[in-house]
Design a protein around this ligand. Structure first.
Ligand code: FES
Length: 184
């Protein structure tokens, strides 16, 4: 009788160390799995980076709160900071546009970079045109057309929307130094 009862008891060293070994083996396998995941994730991100650069909140930027407060016939420069996601790195860039209206209803906006080599240009009050000091480029305020100097194309005009008296611009950058307007 006693032999039957002994066969039903599982083999054991009697002090529980077998169970502990098995638990430690499983724990170490789990740890190895987590480590492999942590190492391979950045590697996979480097091999397959996100395809598009995204601007947080889209490209639309508010450049004026109230159209009634804007000067008529005199352009104003508006600077703003944008957050840019490039792969997994977030960076901030300072951009700017020139905003112009002749009637307070319809607006023109130009990218703040000169189309030659990207310098910032300014409004020359005496000549009433835009002037780029880097290589003496000149642009017409009403059309963005090149009046003088080396810029290969007119200023890059941007899409404008007026929403509830606020002015928004669809900000984009373009390739510099070429006659064609190609989005950067
Ligand atoms: S960068 Fe403006 S004229 Fe050269």
């Amino acid at each position: 009788m006693s032999s039957t009862s002994a066969e039903q008891v599982p083999a054991s060293d009697g002090d529980g160390s077998e169970g502990r070994r098995s638990f430690l083996k499983r724990l170490s396998a789990f740890g190895a799995l987590i480590s492999a995941g942590l190492v391979s994730f950045p590697v996979l991100r480097a091999i397959f980076p996100p395809t598009a650069r995204r601007l947080k909140g889209g490209n639309w930027v508010k450049v004026a709160d109230d159209t009634a407060l804007l000067d008529i016939g005199v352009p104003i420069r508006v600077n703003f900071v944008q957050s840019v996601d490039d792969a997994w790195i977030e960076s901030r860039t300072l951009n700017g546009v020139w905003l112009y209206t002749e009637d307070g209803e319809k607006f023109k906006a130009y990218n703040g970079h000169c189309t030659h080599l990207g310098c910032s240009y300014f409004y020359d009050k005496d000549r009433k045109d835009f002037f780029c000091p880097c290589h003496r480029g000149q642009f017409d305020v009403k059309t963005g057309k090149v009046l003088d100097g080396p810029p290969p194309r007119p200023l890059d005009e941007l899409e404008v929307q007026v929403r509830d008296a606020s002015v928004f611009v669809n900000y984009k950058d373009f390739r510099l130094g070429v006659p064609e307007r190609i989005e950067a």
